[in-house]
Ligand binder design. Sequence first.
Ligand code: PDD
Length: 277
Amino acid sequence: EEVYWNDTWVRPEEAFVSVFDRSFMFGDGIYEVTPFYAGKPFMLKEHVARVKYCLQEMNIVFDTSILEDLMLEAVNRSSFSEEDAAVYLQISRGTAPRSHFIPEKVQPSLLLYAFKVDLANFENRYWKVMASEDLRWHRCDIKSTALLANTLANEAAISAGYDENLLFRNGFFTEGSHTTIFFVVEGTVYTHPEGRQILSGITRKVVLDLCQQLSIPVKEEAFPVDGLASVEEIFLTGTTTQIAPVSSVTIDGKGLFSAQKGKITTRLQEEFLRRTR
Ligand code: PDD
């Protein structure tokens, strides 16, 4: 499959990045992952709006109006244009001699491509998770390519036989290494408020909207780690994760939560399927 790089479609082996690219040297870039259900984009405008927000926060000047068409084109020209897929895009600040300050006249670069992803049968995939301290920086609202703390957290989970690592800061859960966390207590859904501690998830927005539609009460409040004992359901959301029930949470080898898929998770999954299919 081809990738879009430096204003043209090329085979991946023909796409080269400079060793002085700032996303390579500093992680000085942002990215986005947008889902396509059976060839159709889901929440496309919201994904582009998040790119725009991140670029603004990073002071990168880049015209995002080209992105919608390019994402559609990436899927259309792929060999899986009618199937479930996603588009990855990354905007780097650009290439310039290495310096901590941002050089003037640096030209941003765009990498964009479609890839196949299995978005079917997410409903019954139970996630067994661990939790650990959130060691990331304090601008988690920026979808930065600098993902070292996320990848190390995820690797700690996967290598120990878990599916995800839930992160907490000062005793409160923030989010997963690549997912948003929701808790259900006495029929109320809790999720971390938007702000600098979490990525403002697009699937999170969909779920909050579904809760409103279904008259499920929501509290956008950080949930305490020591509140796990009272939790009825936990589910994780994300573009490729969709809505995933958590079957157990382990911290420092101690099992602190275990459950079957709950009623609210099931209801939300049903409505989510209706919106995406
Ligand atoms: N991850 N939180 C983090 C830290 C994430 O990386 C993601 C998404 C989410 C969920 O956001 P959304 O619902 O908009 O996908 C929350 C993407 C998919 C990734 O890194 O591949």
